[in-house]
Design a protein around this ligand. Structure first.
Ligand SMILES: NC(=O)c1ccc[n+]([C@@H]2O[C@H](COP(=O)([O-])OP(=O)(O)OC[C@H]3O[C@@H](n4cnc5c(N)ncnc54)[C@H](O)[C@@H]3O)[C@@H](O)[C@H]2O)c1
Ligand SMILES: [Zn+2]
Length: 341
């Protein structure tokens, strides 16, 4: 097991990479606790949960709402949970986002931690202190920055994940390597096959390296005023593809990363060989890298991006492999640069 820390203005987080679900009681440390999980996790791993009351929510993006939050508040009141309690979200990004938001607002905020059970939650959603829910059709529109007290990443839980959920996590892992770590990128080029098989040494190294990158960025820019924006590599176009073409998140950001790499190449930031390496690695991870689309639809979905400021979008471009820059670009300019990619 390896430890990493986030020292944010909104709290300190201890990230336990390789810790096991059945050691969760160590992190709870004798306090009263309530577990929040989803129906899938309860069926698969409920027998390994420590003995605390469990609030179970449904699955899928559509339950990430204030209604679900409200129903959890009701249960907490019934359970007479007070400020001495710790809330533990055991699940993927959806459970983590909801339980972090509930814990941050119930009684003006009580302690909370996560057991991240999807690859995406381990390398991304559970780390960094963004908690929230969707509202009125907009993703993550209502939320807070607040660091979980602890995050447990138990790699043994990943074997029951669907292939699509695994690939979604790998898309974020490739993202981290491209923006911040050339050695990790080369490691992925050598070990993609063991990674796909969830080989324990390989996957633990990849989760650890990813969390080092994300935690480092969050430590320097917790509330996304500057550097944290590089974590959106592939996401501006990716989110638009998700919305318009209905691709799963990982697949959409894979295509988004390839388009952004193509734009970076046109801007002279990336060589043709580097852009090809990014595309090839994503292909190794069985992720799509191209789609046929109506560029106008993609641009109009990007217009609705909440990360837009005025006419410009903070667009993330890789600068070689292992580094990225953020450039304010107008939608029109992005449209020109992406033309034909
Ligand atoms: N807060 C952040 O910084 C942040 C960052 C990235 C994504 N997110 C959010 O994360 C969410 C997506 O997270 P996700 O991809 O983990 O989705 P998810 O939580 O819906 O999990 C995907 C599916 O896998 C199941 N599952 C979870 N763990 C499992 C396991 N070990 N074995 C078998 N099945 C398992 C879940 O029940 C669910 O059906 C989105 O809502 C997104 O907005 C948040
Ligand atoms: Zn993502």
């Amino acid at each position: 097991m390896k430890l990493l820390y986030i020292h944010g203005k909104t709290g300190k987080s201890t990230l336990l990479i390789g810790e096991r679900l059945h050691h969760l009681h160590h992190a709870i440390a004798g306090r009263p606790a309530v577990i929040i999980t989803d129906t899938n996790l309860l069926a698969l791993y409920g027998k390994d949960f420590p003995n605390y009351p469990v609030i179970t929510i449904g699955c899928g993006e559509t339950i990430k709402t204030l209604d679900t939050v409200s129903s959890i508040y009701h249960r907490l009141v019934e359970l007479e949970a007070d400020r001495s309690f710790v809330i533990v979200g055991i699940g993927g990004g959806i459970v983590c986002d909801i339980s972090g938001f509930v814990a941050s607002t119930y009684m003006r905020g009580i302690s909370f931690g996560f057991v991240a059970t999807t690859l995406l939650a381990q390398v991304d959603a559970s780390v960094g202190g963004k908690n929230g829910v969707n509202f009125s059709g907009f993703k993550n529109m209502v939320g807070v920055f607040n660091q979980p007290e602890f995050v447990i990443c138990d790699m043994n839980l990943l074997h029951t994940l669907s292939i699509q959920d695994r690939l979604c996590g790998f898309a974020e892992i490739v993202k981290h390597a491209v923006i911040a770590d050339a050695d990790m990128f080369s490691y992925l080029e050598k070990h993609w096959s063991q990674a796909l098989e969830l080989d324990s040494d390989v996957i633990e190294k990849l989760v650890y390296d990813s969390v080092v990158i994300k935690a480092g960025v969050v430590n320097r820019d917790e509330t996304e005023k500057g550097e944290r924006r590089i974590l959106n590599f592939g996401h501006t176009i990716g989110h638009a593809i998700e919305k318009t073409a209905g691709f799963p998140h990982g697949e959409a950001i894979s295509i988004g990363m390839v388009v952004a790499a193509g734009i970076a190449q046109r801007c002279g930031l990336l060589t043709e060989i580097e852009a090809k390496r990014i595309e090839n690695l994503l292909t190794r991870f069985q992720l799509p890298t191209r789609m046929s689309c109506q560029p106008d639809e993609i641009l109009s979905a990007m217009r609705k991006d909440k990360k837009r400021e005025g006419e410009d979008i903070f667009f993330v471009l890789p600068e070689g492999i292992g580094k990225a820059v953020v450039r304010p670009l107008s939608l029109a300019r992005i449209g020109q640069l992406a033309d034909g990619l």
